[in-house]
Design a protein around this ligand. Structure first.
Ligand code: HEM
Ligand code: HEM
Length: 272
């Protein structure tokens, strides 16, 4: 009796072992990199930045009202320090996502190679755009004067937009209001803008830049929530690479697949 019980547990564990990463090909594993980075690295940073932002504001309002605040003055600096990390990691995650789509996405480099239409000039151009975008962001971190900050912020933003408009990137343009792509690019641009105006926020006695920053980044917070939702949705909808030929045979309007019918199931070799 006891042996059967142990065997049952062993068998069920063994059948579970089949899952895990077993059915993921390299292409699918690469597709997981940016969602994993976002969940493990970016979203915790957003929580910290938002928490320090709230405290910075509470403290500033208390002090401006002539009162005292229990919140230590360091919260503003902490907000900016982690904010700088946030900008780099959001742009980084977007670049990783775009690199995946440009290479593996439908109509991307690999698909073009299979069709024999891959243009080596295009590949070189895209590779250079990645390098130029990263270089502009690094220079934005170092720039101090208003002019250079404006120049490098514009260049890194343009880099993202140009890379995002390459073939292979799934943009969902006709439904932009819940497109993971448009939210991702918008939020990356907002982070770049925040980094670019740090000095202006501090210098502006009238707090205009501060209010611009608050309004835009409250929007960014909403977009980040949207990224979590639309990203999880996309992960659910995009089939594993080797399942694509079968899944794309489904009738998406009627929400049925031919494989629902056991007779047809025998006819087509979906296991491959
Ligand atoms: C989701 C992202 C963010 C949100 C929601 C946010 C929000 C805020 C809020 C509410 C404040 C306080 C404003 C006040 O005093 O009333 C603030 C201050 C500030 N933020 Fe952000 N922020 C975000 C990201 C960033 C990033 C990425 C940077 C730059 C890299 C940044 C730079 C600053 C600076 C320089 C201040 C002034 C700090 C001080 O007074 O000491 N923020 N932010
Ligand atoms: C701050 C967070 C994130 C940013 C900035 C971001 C950005 C992007 C960008 C720019 C793309 C390329 C557009 C495309 O080809 O579709 C993309 C694709 C994708 N993202 Fe994210 N993402 C984030 C978080 C997430 C999360 C949390 C998930 C899942 C849990 C996710 C899942 C996906 C998937 C599945 C795709 C590919 C969609 C496709 O194949 O068309 N993303 N992301």
């Amino acid at each position: 009796m006891f042996e059967i019980f142990i065997m049952d547990i062993f068998n069920s564990l063994q059948s579970q072992l089949i899952f895990g990463f077993t059915f993921l090909k390299n292409e699918d594993l690469i597709a997981l990199i940016h969602p994993a980075l976002a969940v493990v690295f970016v979203f915790p940073l957003i929580g910290m930045v938002a928490n320090f932002a709230w405290q910075t504001r509470q403290r500033r309002l208390a002090v401006a009202g002539g009162g005292k605040s229990k919140i230590p003055p360091v919260v503003g600096r902490e907000h900016v320090q982690i904010g700088r990390w946030l900008t780099g990691s959001v742009v980084g995650v977007t670049l990783v996502a775009l690199a995946y789509s440009v290479v593996f996405g439908s109509g991307g480099f690999l698909a073009q190679q299979k069709q024999g239409s891959l243009d080596s000039f295009q590949v070189t151009f895209v590779a250079l755009m990645f390098i130029a975008t990263i270089a502009s962001l690094v220079l934005l971190y170092r720039a101090r004067t208003k002019l250079w900050r404006a120049i490098f912020a514009t260049l890194s933003g343009m880099g993202l937009v140009i890379l995002g408009s390459q073939d292979g990137v799934w943009r969902l343009s006709n439904e932009w209001y819940w497109s993971h792509y448009y939210f991702g690019i918008a939020v990356s641009l907002l982070m770049i803008f925040s980094l670019a105006i740090v000095e202006d926020i501090y210098k502006d006695r009238a707090n205009r830049w501060r209010y611009v920053h608050i309004i835009l980044n409250c929007l960014a917070l909403l977009l980040f929530v949207g990224q979590g939702i639309t990203g999880a949705r996309d992960l659910l909808e995009v089939p594993l690479s080797w399942q694509k030929p079968a899944v794309y045979k489904c009738n998406f309007n009627k929400k049925v697949c031919r494989v629902n019918n056991p007779d047809i199931f025998k006819e087509i070799d979906i296991i491959g």
